[in-house]
Design a protein around this ligand. Sequence first.
Ligand SMILES: *Cc1c(COP(=O)(O)O)cnc(C)c1O
Length: 418
Amino acid sequence: MYRKIIGAAVCWLCISGMASSQNLVSSGFPELDRWAEECIERRSLSLGYPGNNDIRLQEFYEWYTANNLEAMIINNAGDPFAEGDHTLSSLDFEREVIEYFAPKYGFDKDDSWGLVTMSGTDGNNHGIYFGVNYLKGLTGRMPVVYVSDEAHYSNYRLCDLQHLDVQLVRSDPMGRMIPDSLEAVLDTSRPCLMVYAMGSTLKGAIDDQKALNAVLARHSGMAVYRHVDAALFGGYLPYTEFREMVDRRKMEFESISVSGHKFFGIDSPCGIFLTTRAVYDDQATFDVPYLNANMRMINCSRSGIEPLKFWWLIKTVGDEGWAEQARMIMENTEYLKAELGRIGWPCWNNDRSNTVLFRRPSDAVVRKYNLACGYDEAFGGAVSHVVVMQHVTWESIDELIADLANSADDVISPVQTE
Ligand SMILES: *Cc1c(COP(=O)(O)O)cnc(C)c1O
């Protein structure tokens, strides 16, 4: 479907697809060649995880290796916004990447700070760490972290790592944090560090920030910091009519984390983290003279290549390309739902979400499509999901639907319920 719509991309995709399946270039190592062959074979039918397998970095790699840049280390140790010597780093490009994205999430270009992270998790780590420091600076007290019981596990892990008190907040059957449950568990004697899920891992639920913010607003004496974990949906929402859901001017969050290897189409884990200058200024400074900077970010060495790929994609895909991809993803999600409905296969989907939950199919189908599986009583027990990313075309959806229709009576392994 994607191929049909974007004319210019059609031949490139067909040619590269053919070349890869027909002439595998040998590495001289059979085990590597077998691995490469399997990756190429499984690429288009891997539907269960939010990786984008329709990546447009071929020309970037050609340029990079043509200039032998792979023979050196490009290290972004340091702050992309600090003045100083940026030799053998891509910090200047990293800064441009952050300046491109800041307004997409409602941050003022002149009142924002950020970095290209190592992953969505790394962005959440910065959000939680910055939030703690900010609230501690403001009140002298450690906050309680509130996060829904359906949020991505990285948030719980990071709170554990940072030795924080966490209050899990119950979610409704579709996976959204329940405002009344937040009210019920809120400890108003301590600062509040909210982590909003956008979306939740299994069901793709988006916490209703307006309703939850309204709960927090009832407690005017309580200091609040809001971090949005928008690893997946934060990629495409700014390019849709629902962009205000990730706009801090509308939703009033202090920081946001988005993955780069999900929607944006970067081929190795990375992401972006954005916050305000006020939050940045309130962090403990770690003056590191040899880096010419106050080191706010957690890591010392950081990849200089990922910011370059981001920068390349901003120039070559950009607003128009990403808007087109976002539209396609939403359309193909509707198509998948309609087709599941047509064959009578129970399925569920949250608004604005490209994650479609459905009754778990046979083991063979789960394996073939690399489906992610889970268990939820509210949905009749064993469930699987498809995340409709750029490589999930009508053709792959049709193939899945045909397999589901033919496999209704096949073996389904017993699932672990907890
Ligand atoms: C994928 C995801 C994460 C983890 O991000 P990584 O980039 O894999 O570290 C966190 N939260 C949400 C909502 C996600 O979708």
